[in-house]
Design a protein around this ligand. Structure first.
Ligand code: BV8
Length: 228
């Protein structure tokens, strides 16, 4: 196999499942009988901000109560030891990769522990409720929203991701159903640029056909096995 220098890793909700954070599919994509796609949208926030803020209050609390699992720890070890390029793109809004020690992390769908001031555009580390419409610490406006990429919104740093996919020798997808774009299309882009593609997941995903190799099982077992 050709030498591997540049690695792109994509993680989804499945990598945090064993940390107790519910995946989107596990709840049949439902929260309080709402489809997540109907709550995680700018339209929902405009229509019923209180509902959306409660959704993210719940997510923020769950994130703070969760601990990294062996999959996060193994990826952090790889990140620290890997001499070549490594980009850990996560669709997750939790900070478990960072709390496990990973540094080359890119949150393409935003972060649950961050608030976005739509008045001054500041991103602020935020761990408490936004329900009471607190003023922005930077500009004082009551214009804070969850720093989350909702459906219909452009994910963060797509240029950096596409650059990394073009240079990748290895693309590894961990714990994602391959249901949401543009993340679900990364495997195809990487493969078409010559990367070897590996999927580590509990079950086959919508993108499995695009992977040279798929290993099925829990991330807490598969990821340390692959990293070692
Ligand atoms: C965009 C933040 C364009 C929110 C998220 C029609 C109308 C509108 C839009 C669209 C449409 N059709 C298509 C679209 C595009 C849309 C999309 O793809 N929709 C889907 C539903 C069809 N995408 C977008 O809207 C994106 N933006 O396209 O913008 C644009 C262009 C120009 C200018 C402006 C805009 C934005 C998408 C981002 C949405 N935000 N997250 C929040 O978290 O609250 S997405 C959210 O859902 C997650 O971040 C994640 O990405 C996704 C769920 O996916 P997974 O992470 O894979 O989780 P899931 O539960 O599905 O799967 C878990 C997997 O793990 C399973 O396979 C399971 O087997 C496995 N697993 C479980 N346990 C374990 C395990 N594996 C290992 N070990 C275990 N223990």
């Amino acid at each position: 196999m050709a030498a591997i220098r540049n690695i792109v890793i994509l993680t989804g909700a499945g990598v945090s499942a064993e940390s107790g954070l519910e995946t989107f599919r596990a709840a049949d994509g439902l929260w309080e009988n709402h489809r997540v796609e109907d709550v995680a949208t700018p339209e929902a926030f405009a229509r019923d901000p209180e509902l959306v803020q409660r959704f993210y209050d719940m997510r923020r609390t769950a994130i703070m109560q969760a601990q990294p699992n062996p999959a996060h720890a193994a990826l952090a070890r790889l990140d620290a030891a890997w001499p070549g390029a490594l980009l850990l793109v996560t669709q997750n809004i939790d900070d478990l990769h960072e709390r496990a020690g990973a540094t080359r992390v890119l949150h393409m769908h935003g972060e649950g522990l961050s608030a976005w001031c739509t008045a001054c555009d500041a991103r602020i580390g935020w761990s408490r409720s936004l329900l009471d419409e607190p003023p922005c610490p930077s500009c004082g406006a009551t214009a804070l929203r969850p720093d989350i990429v909702w459906f219909g919104e452009m994910p963060y740093r797509m240029d950096d991701i596409f650059d990394a996919l073009r240079e990748a020798d290895l693309f590894v997808s961990i714990g994602t159903s391959g249901a949401v774009y543009p993340a679900a299309g990364f495997v195809r882009q990487a493969r078409e640029c010559g990367a070897r593609t590996l999927e580590l997941n509990l079950e086959a995903s919508q993108g499995s056909a695009w992977f040279h190799e798929t290993r099925l099982g829990p991330a807490s077992a598969l990821v340390p096995q692959w990293v070692e």
